[in-house]
Design a protein around this ligand. Structure first.
Ligand SMILES: [Zn+2]
Length: 317
């Protein structure tokens, strides 16, 4: 690796034009080291409340400007200003009633709705990368993990390098209509041949240092794995989850979960909880695990609608 100074520049990326004529922009940081190296695209805050990703990139800024880099790192701390500024998960439907969840729209569309145009602007920057890390966080009812697209060994290697102790195969490349990609950035990247991962760090809506620490260490690990920075990989052998499936309720009512926690290993037939009628007090459904696995996420005490997911289960490889 050549020991040369890093050139840090800030680019303003136009995302969309609002009815008032105002252009909404976001900021992309470029850290250019030795040009003879890979390009890595980092992004946070596709979902408005997932604030720890932006804190990770802020902390990483100092590390990147003080390091010798082989290649280039691109970082977008606020990918979705519409959701972030409104302090909500998705873009307000008053701005885009059709496509409010940004992470179902990749690669976007320059002639599409507001959010499709926003995604297209960012995909233009991400599509040239050699690897992508899309930082997300789960709520308190999701076990921290890193997602990779199945049958993509380079993405799986990156997920392992990131260093969380659980990695989960999820989704499918967008180019494969038979298996139905959902329009996530990670799936689009897989279709374009770019290894990509989605760390789901702990805690949404509040900056939590432990979560930020994990995120910074994870990205440093990824950059070491890719040869962008020098260092030692700080990872162990993770548990691998596959076949992520939602746990559905067939009834509307109130869901009461049994004494289970996310991350618990459960047997086939384990009762997850019940849905009851809040007016008649009648138990409407017992939700049962159809196979052995690990509880990846679990709602508690929530008002549920028929056909909705109350959590998710993964099979442990
Ligand atoms: Zn998210």
């Amino acid at each position: 690796m050549t020991d040369r100074d890093v050139t840090h520049t800030v680019e303003t990326v136009p995302l969309a034009r609002l009815p008032s004529g105002r252009t909404v922009e976001t900021v992309l940081h470029r850290y250019l080291g030795d040009p003879d190296g890979p390009t890595v695209y980092l992004q946070a805050l596709q979902h408005g409340g997932e604030v720890n990703g932006a804190a990770v990139l802020r902390r990483l800024h100092d590390r990147l400007t003080e390091s010798a880099l082989a290649g280039e790192v691109l970082a977008v701390p606020v990918a979705n200003p519409f959701a972030f500024d409104h302090r909500v998960y998705m873009a307000p439907t008053r701005l885009d009633a059709i496509n409010s969840n940004m992470n179902r729209l990749w690669p976007g569309d320059p002639d599409g709705t507001l959010m499709e145009r926003l995604v297209d602007s960012l995909w233009q920057r991400a599509a040239g990368a050699d690897a992508i890390v899309d930082l997300h966080t789960g709520g308190p009812y999701m076990r921290s993990h890193t997602r990779f697209t199945p049958d993509d060994s380079r993405s799986r290697d990156l997920a392992r390098a990131f260093g969380l102790d659980l990695i989960v195969a999820d989704g499918s490349p967008i180019e494969n209509p038979d298996t139905g990609g959902q329009g996530k950035l990670r799936e689009m990247a897989a279709a374009a041949g770019i290894p990509a991962i989605t760390p789901e760090l702990a805690h949404s809506r509040e900056i939590v240092d432990a979560s930020v620490d994990r995120g910074v260490a994870g990205i440093e690990n990824v950059l070491v794995e890719l040869g962008v920075i020098d260092g030692l990989l700080q990872t162990g052998e993770p548990t691998v989850g596959t076949e992520k499936t939602p746990l559905f309720t067939e009834e509307s009512g109130l869901f009461r979960s049994n004494d289970l926690s996310v991350g618990d290993r459960i047997d086939a037939g384990t009762e997850i909880g019940e849905v009851f009628d809040p007016t008649s007090y009648e138990s409407l459904q017992t939700i049962v695990a159809d196979r052995a696995g690990m509880l990846l996420s679990l709602n508690r005490g929530s008002t549920v609608m028929e056909g909705e997911s109350i959590g998710s289960l993964i099979t442990i490889e």
